[in-house]
Design a protein around this ligand. Sequence first.
Ligand code: DDH
Length: 365
Amino acid sequence: MASAARSASRVFLRSTPATSSFRPAARSTRFAIPQSLRASARRGYSSEAGSEKSSSSSTGIWAFGIAALGAGGAYFYLNGASPKGPFVPTQADYQKVYDAIALRLQNETDYDDGSYGPVLVRLAWHASGTYDKETGTGGSNGSTMRFAPESDHGANAGLKHARDFLEPIKAQFPWITYSDLWTLAGACSIQELGGPTIPWRPGREDKDVAACTPDGRLPDAAQGHRHIRDVFGRMGFDDREMVALIGAHALGRAHSDRSGFDGPWDFSPTVFSNDFFKLLVEEKWNQKKWNGPTQFTDKTTSTLMMLPTDIALIKDKAFKQHVDRYAKDSDVFFKEFSDVFVKLIELGVPFQVKPEDRFVFKASE
Ligand code: DDH
């Protein structure tokens, strides 16, 4: 069944006459889909969530925490402990964090195409995509992008917007680590933008500046298929997973003052969809004539863009078969994307919570 968000985007696209099956839209908050439409858009692919069993005890803990604050017990609360022992957040507590991020996404629409969602997804990916399976270094466990030099790595340009967006959430829930918060925000954004359910589990710990990863671990958009396989192979992904992950380029845009590239990949950059793959196979992509890095633009409207690494996905036969599969069947893409994004944000994390106990967050109404 098609998601309401994607139907909404199609209705929107159909309303604009054009010769291609993909139609342009002006860059503005017009890209944004009303929350009421997005809300009913989500589909779950994973089995039921981790348990809510402990939610009543969690309410008790929270009630106690608030009472303690009132009684001058702020020390215990702020330090994640109560006189009865350490504060142990439950699924219900993480759902509160999810809800706060979702609410902030709904309220802060005066940014880019109307949503911080895409840049939050990119933050979760860049925090995780530094993982090296040989040395076990990097990955989302540590949130070392808080510090220079990692925050200044060229690939991370612009991600300060995402980190700053999450600061009030961290202030509201001081017990959550940045590493858990950033990945939870990525999962939340994908769900809130009409994408698949992203089961999530806590357990990441923040590390200090000494754990910053060296520059060069994240992919360089100017390269081709060999580079993609080198970078994602280092993290432990196969061809199918690499293609699925890059399908996140259905969201957001490139910014000339960040990466040097410019423009969105599709006409609804605030809606998670398989349009990136559809456009890759259905459009003709010409090299853009401009005074900037090599990128490609669609023949029909010249308003969209593809990076050299995106075009590598249709030039390489093994990658292309997955592009075709995802272009044809968005349900397959949603399912495989969910699985591989969960794997991405868990690379190198020593979890206590078992995979079968991952939380499935309820998306906003
Ligand atoms: Fe990406 N990405 N990405 N990307 N990405 C950019 C933006 C966004 C590459 C390069 C760029 C993934 C893989 C790759 C998102 C998610 C993901 C930009 C533009 C460049 C350049 C940045 C800017 O100017 O602001 C390259 C190269 C690869 C590769 O793998 C070969 C993956 C795996 C994901 C993911 O989330 C799983 C998102 C979302 C954005 C839009 C950000 C925004 O601000 O909007």
